[in-house]
Design a protein around this ligand. Structure first.
Ligand code: NAI
Length: 480
């Protein structure tokens, strides 16, 4: 039986390998990482990432056929299939800064594989990479090989954070791209047999390398575009009195469109959508396809617009100033059921409110104070969308309070912003919250999860993305 090693014990490497190990008890799976603390966490009771169901899967096979280790060289050398699931962030400096994928981690992983391998290997691109990365990796491996054969496959991961385990157990499809040679096809077959332990064969798609690489970027661009499309329509709903939920329902009934992923919100976040679209834009520009690049740029522009539109609504509704007012921010993770805060819209919402000198009180059930403060201490640099590590002024840090209870966050507040759609926010006692707030009391629902009629009856002035506006909100002139 094959032995598997995975480089990178992150949001993708950890859950993916845990599911492979649980479904293939005869295959030994070792996940390695350069981060000692991450590996220690995977070996402990407190896993480094929060995903529903993940703990049970890990516990069922850890120490049996699933191992987490920092001994990267040994496990690369021992395995037949090496997944590379290292991070591929946007470049922050130099050529392509703010757009191109930074392949530093990938290249060093490839060099390490070339250095320590003593037998033939199948190297699987699990990270999301620019089209033609496999070719570059192949070059690094073949220039450094010592008579060893490396077969490169592209096997992009389509899991979504928050539902990673379910997505891995029942994937819509598994995509494997390989060279169209006899040996390439054999390598594809070997990987296919691993997934075939639990994924029906007709859901395992095989393509050439470049199609697989591009499909992942295209899929993320389509998903993000769907959100930006709904968000663009949400602005029009507010202007016309239409209701985004009714529009989404009617639009989604068209079987060509489908009902999923049509929620309008304060904007998309997460480590992937923006990074992958920027990467797609860069590839288009490098190929002289400027019109195509501009088309995809608009998806990110609408996302930024939606975040600033939300902040503008908050400020303008509250007499055009939030200076010195307490605003409760409920939710900081980029979506529910994850503790991930990379590119979360909460960062822009909080920064927008801080610029207007609000005092913000943040509560998220899964995000620590340290993490929130780290995210808010980054300043966006001029050239693009990626944060740079310049510390902010101490004053703005003082305006931020992080608490461990929604009632504490909302106590004496002037307004509440719902930024993440955590289920527990739907069940809050808003009568109690209203009693403890300053009046008039405002709720700004950036996720459309609350019962507005109930809130209005209690006495709140409410704003919910894309829903017909309260007269109060409508009468406050705003820049949208
Ligand atoms: P992550 O940042 O959570 O994990 C990457 C891990 O790789 C880190 O723990 C890092 O220490 C480790 N690493 C870096 N260089 C290494 C090396 N040379 N050897 C061993 N370990 C090394 O990243 P995440 O979220 O798991 O993403 C990985 C890739 O998967 C990215 O390309 C991402 O775009 C893609 N992806 C991410 C998804 C997500 O929801 N997070 C979904 C689908 C794809």
């Amino acid at each position: 039986m094959v032995k598997i090693c995975c480089l990178g014990a992150g949001y993708v490497g950890g859950p993916t390998m845990a599911v492979i190990a649980s479904k293939c008890p005869k295959i030994e799976v070792v996940v390695v990482d350069i981060s000692v603390s991450r590996i220690a966490a995977w070996n402990s009771d407190q896993l480094p990432i929060y995903e529903p169901g993940l703990e049970d899967v890990v516990k069922s096979c850890r120490g049996k056929n699933l191992f987490f280790s920092t001994n990267i060289e040994k496990h690369i050398s021992d395995s037949d299939i090496i997944f590379v699931s290292v991070n591929t962030p946007t470049k922050t400096r130099g050529l392509g800064a703010g757009k191109a994928a930074d392949l530093t981690y990938w290249e060093s992983a490839a060099r390490m594989i070339a250095d320590v391998s003593k037998t033939d290997k199948i190297v699987v691109e699990k990270s999301t990479v620019p089209v033609k990365t496999a070719e570059a990796i192949e070059k690094i491996l073949t220039y450094n090989r010592k008579g060893i054969k490396f077969h490169i496959l592209s096997n992009p991961e389509f899991l979504a954070e928050g539902t990673a385990v379910q997505d891995l157990l029942k994937p819509d499809r598994v995509l494997i791209g390989g060279r169209e040679t006899l040996e390439g096809r054999r390598a594809v077959q070997t990987l296919k047999e691993v997934y075939a332990h639990w994924v029906p064969e007709d859901q395992i798609i095989t393509t050439n390398l470049w199609s697989a690489e591009l499909s992942k970027l295209a899929a993320n661009a389509f998903l993000a575009q769907r959100i930006s499309s709904m968000n663009a329509i949400s602005a029009l709903c507010e202007a016309t009195g239409a209701n985004i939920l009714e529009v989404a329902h009617a639009v989604g009934k068209d079987s060509r469109i489908g009902p999923k992923f049509l929620n309008s919100s304060v904007g998309f976040g997460g480590s992937c959508f923006q990074k992958d679209i920027l990467n797609l834009i860069y590839i288009c520009e490098c190929n002289g396809l400027f019109e195509v690049a501009n088309y995809w740029k608009q998806v990110i522009k609408i996302n930024d617009y939606q975040k600033s539109r939300f902040v503008n609504r908050v400020v303008s509704s509250m007499f055009n100033t939030v200076c010195g007012k307490k605003i409760a921010v409920l939710g900081f993770a980029f979506k529910k059921d994850t503790g991930d805060t990379q590119e979360t819209p909460a960062i822009d919402v909080c920064n927008g409110l801080l610029r207007d000198k609000a005092n913000i009180s943040i509560y998220d059930p899964q995000v620590t104070e340290d993490q929130i403060r780290r995210e808010l201490s980054m300043i966006k640099s001029d050239w693009g969308y990626q944060g740079s590590l310049q510390p902010k002024s101490p004053t703005s840090v003082k305006q931020v309070n992080v608490v461990w209870d929604a009632y504490e966050a909302t106590k004496s507040a002037h307004g509440i912003c719902i930024v993440t759609e955590w289920d527990e926010f739907k069940k809050l006692d808003f009568e109690r919250i209203y009693t403890d707030m300053q009046k008039p009391a405002f709720v700004f629902d950036g996720r459309n999860i609350l019962d507005l009629e109930k809130l209005r009856k209690i006495g709140f002035i409410v704003y919910s993305i894309g829903k017909p506006l309260d007269p109060w909100v409508k009468n406050m002139p705003t820049m949208v």
